[in-house]
Ligand binder design. Structure first.
Ligand code: ATP
Ligand code: MG
Length: 690
């Protein structure tokens, strides 16, 4: 046996290396916290640590790796493979496969719950509701309880769900949450309590779990000592990236997995905490060391490897003005003369034109579109840019916005699959039944009630009386459901069966049915990548593919496309060139985020996250006229925006001040026509003179 070559350690700096080698080879490695600024190599260090563990004999199937998105998890597994695969001489892909416990908290929770369902009285065939399904179920319950009377001004289904989710994730008390976060709903405390009790009951009787349940049930499962020991015993190492954006529930799950902290590694950056609206708390990372005795070891990193010095200097300046103190001061060896650009444009249309102009210029210069990103505060803010990109035929993928699966026809098809997977899922059943002409909410409700009573719900379906108008399509539906429940077609062929049934209905209800059929064929291609209906439904619900410019799901790998992303979804990523849209007050910080210092500071961190995504080129853009589509009591408003307060005048020396297009301010405002370009009068006179 030769000693494995650890040449990959030489690529790390001393501090990174300390984190990578920490406790490796020890039986009970003590807990480790890596807390460091943006681009300092936290994620890279984590990947090296996993690789190093594996190289030193750790079993990859017993490593639990939790990241912010599934994309980040698979990227991490591939990196581990790249680092360790060569040393170990494993066949390509083997290590990535073995690292099967890499995913998001929710995804891992879903898997563990299915495997341990029997022990906690859960039916392992549960289906998962996404936020929209959850809101629909909340609405159904609201109706049943008579709480949806329009005159009563009872909170909307979305607000109800937000309150419920907040209470659950913060492990808090309803009254407290109402008082501090939703004061305008405080008067409804008692009714909300009844509603939430009904909502929980409905979920249980239908065997569905919502996103929050995946964490909640997991945490509940870990309270039972025997099960906790069994689940914890599956993993030798537990590693978490982006720990600053976890909530109480997630940290309690983590502690239940590794109560002494042995084999536990968390990494994150308190200056990048941007998810408090989902009850994430920066206290998790700050309190981590003292949770254990002896306390966790801490590694801090202060060298940034991502950005040029001028970009880093500007980002540091933004975060330095924060009211909370972050002790890190990042530096880099990447010198450059090019300052970041602070660009003033007339309006959002000009902003879109500026971005397209610069992006094409950069591509001419050799920077592929995939190496460039446009970031914005809210998904809707990329509207004008999307129009411009479409007009100019520039392909793009949008993260964090509308998902491929949000389209009605895709949801219809998925509802069919979900309903046959779990016939008690009322939200899915409602959706499918109402696809048939002649069946409305009332008759759908009756059908579902009858099924609910029955021992064999699907059998009952065939014998039910249905409205005359629906009788023709009914037989087809019954046949389809029967076939899929009996699994007569193999996966993913059954998706094709569902399409055949659905297509004629779709042609009746949508004018652009042909385009939509293409989407569904695309869905079938995506489905082929999953081993089973259950895995397909679970993973798609938890992490749906993003929408693309050609509305066909996922662009092919070799295509060059621009990245559009909300700042929240850009976490952890980096691009050569980054454009930050709408750097104006009212957007960053958002109008909704100026209520308290706490919220304002989160908005500042958001801008910091956006700026620190850039490697070589950063454009921070301010449209002078910024249209807020948010409705106020006076309707939609136009506001003349100021540059964001997070870049005050004194800070502008760190940027190149750019006015675009390069014309006089008077022209920009449209107040004066500017100097005449041609003298038409002289031309007219010239026609008659020699
Ligand atoms: P964020 O806070 O944005 O999540 P991070 O701290 O996780 O950032 P990484 O994404 O791991 O940082 O690394 C940023 C960049 O620096 C990557 O391109 C990475 O490859 C590079 N990098 C990290 N460490 C080193 C190193 N020791 N030598 C060279 N490049 C490095
Ligand atoms: Mg990272």
């Amino acid at each position: 046996d030769s000693i494995p070559s650890t040449a990959y350690l030489d690529t790390l700096n001393a501090e990174q290396r300390r984190a990578v080698e920490h406790g490796v080879g020890q039986a009970n490695p003590p807990p480790l916290l890596v807390i460091a600024g943006a681009g300092s190599g936290k994620t890279n260090t984590l990947a090296h640590r996993v690789a190093h563990l594996v190289v030193n004999g750790a079993d990859p199937r017993r490593i639990l790796l939790m990241t912010f998105s599934r994309r980040a998890a698979s990227e991490m597994s591939r990196r581990v493979e790249r680092i360790a695969g060569k040393v170990l001489g494993t066949s390509s892909g083997a290590l990535t496969d073995a690292l099967s416990w890499a995913g998001t908290f929710h995804g891992i929770g879903a898997r563990l719950l299915r495997e341990h369902a029997g022990q906690i009285g859960l039916d392992p065939a549960f289906t998962i509701h996404d936020r929209e399904d959850s809101a629909d179920l909340m609405n159904l319950v609201r109706h049943e309880l008579g709480l949806s009377d329009a005159k009563s001004r009872f909170p909307t289904k979305g607000t109800c769900l937000a309150i419920y989710s907040r209470v659950v994730n913060a492990q808090g008390d309803l009254d407290e949450v109402l008082k501090t976060v939703f004061p305008w709903c405080a008067m409804w405390g008692e009714q909300l309590r009844t509603l939430f009790a009904g909502y929980v009951e409905a979920k249980q009787s239908q065997n569905v779990l919502d996103y929050d349940d995946l964490l909640l049930y997991w945490a509940g499962m870990m309270v039972e000592p025997a099960i906790a020991a069994e689940v914890s015993g599956r993993f030798d190492h537990v590693l978490v990236d982006e720990y600053q954006d976890t909530n109480r529930l997630q940290s309690s799950v983590l502690l239940a997995l590794k109560p002494q902290g042995h084999g536990l590694t968390v990494v994150g950056d308190d200056a990048q905490s941007i998810y408090s609206f989902r009850a994430a708390t920066v206290r998790n990372i700050l309190d981590f060391p003292a949770t254990f005795s002896p306390p966790a070891d801490i590694v801090t990193l202060d060298r940034n490897y991502r950005s040029t010095q001028p970009i880093l200097t500007a980002a540091n300046a933004v975060i330095e003005l924060a009211s909370e103190r972050f002790t890190k001061n990042l530096w880099t060896e990447r010198q450059s003369d090019a300052k970041p650009q602070l660009v003033t444009v007339k309006d959002e249309a000009d902003q879109a034109r500026y971005v397209v102009h610069k992006i094409l210029e950069a591509r001419e210069g050799g920077t592929a579109l995939t190496q460039q990103a446009v970031l914005f505060r809210t998904s809707s803010h990329s509207g004008p840019l999307e129009i411009e990109l479409t007009r100019r035929n520039i392909p793009f993928v949008k993260f964090g916005g509308l998902k491929f699966l949000d389209a009605a026809h895709i949801k219809d098809l998925l509802a069919i699959l979900r309903w046959v997977e779990n016939p008690r899922d009322r939200v899915a059943g409602f959706r499918v039944l109402q696809l048939l002409p002649g069946i409305g909410p009332a008759s759908a409700g009756k059908v579902l009630d009858a099924m609910h009573e029955a021992v064999q719900p699907v059998k009952v379906l065939a014998e039910l009386p249905v409205p005359l108008r629906a009788s023709e399509g009914w037989a087809g539906l019954v046949e389809l459901v029967g076939r899929l429940v009996r699994r007569e077609a193999s996966w993913p062929l059954e998706l094709g069966c569902a399409r055949l049934w659905y297509e004629p209905l779709m042609e009746q209800s949508y004018e652009d049915a042909a385009v939509r059929v293409a989407d569904i064929i695309q869905l079938e291609q995506i489905a082929a990548g999953y081993p089973s209906r259950e895995r397909f439904l679970t993973e798609l619900t938890l992490d749906p593919p993003d929408a693309t410019s050609d509305q066909s799901g996922v662009p092919s790998r070799d295509e060059d496309y621009l990245i559009l992303s909300t700042i929240h979804s850009a976490k952890g990523q980096e691009w050569k060139a980054v454009h930050v849209l709408n750097a104006v007050d009212g957007c960053i910080p958002s109008d909704l985020g100026t209520g308290s210092t706490h919220e304002l500071e989160e908005e500042r961190r958001l801008l910091y996250v956006a700026m620190t995504r850039a490697k070589d080129e950063l454009h921070v853009i301010t449209p002078q006229r910024f249209y807020v589509t948010q409705q106020s009591q006076y309707g939609d408003r136009h506001i003349y925006a100021q540059r964001t307060r997070f870049i005050p005048r004194a800070m502008t020396v760190l940027f190149d001040d750019v006015l675009w297009p390069a014309v006089t301010p008077a022209r920009i405002e449209g107040l004066s026509p500017g100097p005449a370009r041609v003298d038409i009068g002289a031309q007219m006179r010239g026609m008659w003179t020699k």
